[in-house]
Design a protein around this ligand. Structure first.
Ligand code: 3H9
Length: 652
């Protein structure tokens, strides 16, 4: 039974036990309905205490039920009964109080929580708005401004913030149930307060500022429907009766539930949680990774060091000399200071992280490391030398990883005496922020090392995706393929700013040429020069980027690249246009014009073709993994579900 009812004197204690996250599945809704009917019939019940077993309160409606026909009782109907019950319900909150879970809590007359609880309405992240009254309840408990932020932004707030905002009534650092029981004892002498929906709505303090916030939500949504619908539900609700507002919310919720954007976002929700299910990893003994060594204190090395420290892992960072080691220390410490100043970590945690961080110019400092990750210059010989220096000093059971973004990790492993300990851990920059970790699996890696690295990636809060060894693995291989396609389009008739505009309109955070200008064109140029000898003579090769570099146009840092820059503001450059046109004519290509849709269809087609190749070669395990990579590595719009989902390949 996912729901039990017991009595403690005149208090009815209801406990939901529906692992893993106590979602409001059909049996839970039915159980709640039965309990509210039973307790309403029993005059001896003074209050109903609603708790959840396990690690969390109700974390929302059961998302797995959304693709199926709805089954009664519906959550809004159950909540309205709780809300209007004569016997007051008290919600006892811990863990994630999200979506339908927070709506359930708000339907109760009182809410108490422990300090670790997080409360939010994250439905927008699934392409939805709250559907059981959340947009009507929330602005009756907290300010209109906070309600807008929470519903349209989807981010949860802490229990402390919730207490401050009026969303909960009391907070404890101690044991929750005894605290809730004494809270009820204290209520006995007071009249029962009105239900949430009987309260007056909190109107915006400054209507013009509020409207501006709503406009910002729309601008930031970039084509995603749910945040816009969420902001409208809140703002239109101010002028509606409770019944009208509930109806407006329900209609919008049901419409969005059937929209392809919600299907896509649900797809990616489950895809991100199912990235690794390999038989060979089951039951493996996991290495306890408590100390990580990092070679290289540049942007990537410092980011990896910070990612580890932020998750409680000690770090030893080694650089080639003392000055470089100190620079690496500073770069990492700056990231940690940024986390402190943004309130993401406490002063105590910040100081503890610094205490667990050392730098050195001597590889011997890795003697006690459980895992060492090299993040040095992207060159095979350099990395191979670093690998052997690491192997010479570490424990026999230490794992050795490369952060390479495209080099041959099989060949790199073979440079070690014990290749079973070598693996690729491809972080994305900035490594302490980007959620994706490509775990590159060489042929010789042991199951134990692989399983330990997956566990380590999760310990860092990363979404881990397994990738086979090939040039660029999953992310960079697809990126190279569609970058090539864009270059073909340049010769065939498009201009860089037209391609960028099409990508932005599609929902990408940046156009490919804006991105290249930001990163600098010289690194890829150097790589192309190295690869030139291996290029097949019949391969279509576009020289435009090389010619830009020959002209000293390296991107933003040189004031000119694909665009021309005045500070950070960029403009299309007639010189680049002239170069592109002359290259088309040199190759005898008659230029045609491309609409934004045609541009995107060529880009997506190329991503999908490369995706198929990656799957066929076993580089990616599942089509869903490719979607997860494209969304988390390059900001491919989440609400599309990813390129493979768009093609209908990864199960809708
Ligand atoms: C909603 O509530 C609509 C209402 O307004 C209106 C209704 C009428 N359902 O993430 P984890 C599974 S919309 C079903 O790895 P964590 C998840 O798939 C909903 N399953 O754990 C995974 O399964 P498996 C609004 C769910 O500790 C397992 O639980 N709520 C649901 O890192 C563990 O998940 C949300 O959007 C669900 N609602 O994070 C909250 N949630 O083990 C969505 C999780 O088989 N959930 N699962 O792979 C989350 O944000 C995180 O899961 C949570 C825990 C923070 C709760």
């Amino acid at each position: 039974m996912p729901l039990t009812l017991k009595r403690q004197n005149n208090i009815a204690i209801v406990t939901i036990d529906n692992p893993p996250v106590n979602a409001a599945s059909h049996a839970v809704r039915q159980g709640l309905l039965d309990v509210v009917q039973e307790t309403e019939r029993d005059p001896t019940v003074q209050a109903v205490l609603l708790t959840c077993a396990g690690r969390t309160f109700v974390a929302g409606a059961d998302i797995r039920e959304f693709g199926k026909p709805p089954v009664e009782p519906h959550l809004p109907d159950v909540l309205r009964l709780i809300e209007t019950a004569q016997t007051p319900w008290v919600a006892v909150l811990h863990g994630s109080v999200l979506g339908g879970g927070l709506e359930l809590a708000m339907a109760c007359r009182y809410r108490v929580a422990n300090a670790g609880a997080q409360l939010g309405l994250p439905e927008v992240n699934l392409g939805l708005i709250p559907g059981a009254g959340g947009t009507v309840q929330l602005p009756r408990l907290v300010s209109a401004e906070l309600a807008l932020d929470m519903v349209a932004g989807g981010k949860p707030i802490s229990a402390k913030a919730a207490l401050h905002a009026g969303l909960i009534d009391a907070l404890t650092e101690g044991a929750l149930t005894p605290f809730a029981l004494s809270f009820i004892d204290n209520l006995a002498s007071h009249p029962v307060r009105p239900s949430t929906l009987d309260k007056a709505v909190n109107l915006p303090v400054d209507q013009a500022a509020f409207d501006e916030k709503v406009a910002k939500v729309t601008a930031r949504a970039k084509g995603q429907k749910s945040p816009v619908a969420a902001a409208q539900a809140i703002s239109k609700g101010f002028n509606l009766t409770v019944e009208e507002a509930l109806q407006q919310e329900r209609e919008t919720f049901l419409k969005l539930k059937d929209d392809p954007q919600s299907a896509a976002l649900r797809h990616i929700f489950f895809a991100e949680r199912g990235t690794i299910s390999l038989e060979r990893l089951k039951g493996q003994k996991l290495a306890q990774i408590q100390t990580v060594g990092v070679v290289g204190g540049g942007t990537m090395g410092a980011g990896i060091a910070a990612a580890c420290l932020l998750r409680g892992v000690s770090v030893v960072l080694v650089e080639r000399d003392d000055d470089a080691a100190q620079a690496g220390f500073k770069r990492t410490a700056d990231i940690l200071a940024g986390s402190l100043s943004r309130g993401l970590v406490s002063q105590q945690k910040h100081d503890k992280m610094l205490d667990s961080f050392t730098v050195s110019a001597n590889y011997a400092a890795f003697a006690h490391a459980d895992l060492v990750i090299e993040a040095v210059f992207e060159n095979f010989e350099v990395k191979a030398e670093v690998f052997s220096k690491i192997e010479a000093v570490v424990r026999p059971d230490a794992i050795i990883a490369s952060n390479t973004s495209y080099l041959d990790v099989n060949a790199l492993s073979q440079t070690l005496k014990h290749s079973s300990r070598a693996i690729g851990l491809h972080f994305f920059s900035p490594a302490h922020i980007m959620k994706l970790l490509e775990i590159v699996v060489p042929d010789t890696v042991s199951d134990e090392v692989l399983a330990s690295c997956v566990a380590f990636g999760r310990q860092l809060g990363k979404i881990c995706v397994l990738a086979g060894v090939c040039d660029g693995f999953i992310a960079n291989r697809i990126m190279s393929a569609y970058r090539r396609e864009c270059e073909y389009m340049l010769e065939d008739g498009a201009l860089p700013w037209e391609i960028d505009e099409a990508m932005l309109a599609f929902g990408m955070p940046m156009g490919i040429y804006q991105m290249q200008d930001l990163a600098g064109l010289d690194i890829a140029w150097a790589m192309r020069k190295r690869q030139a000898a291996e290029r097949k003579s019949d391969e279509r090769y576009v020289d435009i980027a090389d010619k830009l570099c020959e002209m000293g146009r390296f991107g933003q840092k040189s004031g000119r690249g694909w665009y021309i820059y005045d500070g950070k503001s960029r403009k299309p450059d007639p010189e680049v246009q002239a170069l592109i046109l002359s290259e088309s004519s040199r190759k005898g290509i008659t230029r045609i014009s491309f609409s934004p849709d045609q541009i995107m269809s060529r880009i997506l087609g190329r991503m999908q073709t490369e995706g198929h190749a990656i799957l066929n070669e076993g580089i990616a395990q599942r089509a869903e993994d490719i979607d997860v990579v494209m969304i988390n590595a390059f900001g491919f719009p989440r609400w599309t579900g990813g390129p493979m989902f768009m093609e209908g390949l990864s199960g809708a």
